[in-house]
Design a protein around this ligand. Structure first.
Ligand code: ZN
Length: 67
């Protein structure tokens, strides 16, 4: 008795670029990108968009040296 499993189509392995919120301790998916010419790009979730706004304005959300 042959019991061959049906040849099922292998699901395509897709690499979906998932961005995680830059906010410390937050692991939510970040859908909001903020980019500064000199600071690079950061991504924040809906909840922490304010962090991104502050980042753009130069009001660091982390301990950065003020100049
Ligand atoms: Zn967040």
């Amino acid at each position: 008795m042959s019991d061959d499993p049906p040849a099922e189509a292998q699901p395509l392995q897709r690499i979906i670029e998932t961005r995680i919120c830059f906010h410390d301790g937050c692991i939510a998916t970040a859908g909001f990108g903020y980019e500064k010419p000199k600071g690079g790009q950061r991504w924040y979730c809906f909840e922490h968009r304010d962090d991104g706004e502050r980042y753009l304005r130069g009001e660091g959300t982390e301990s950065t040296a003020t100049n």
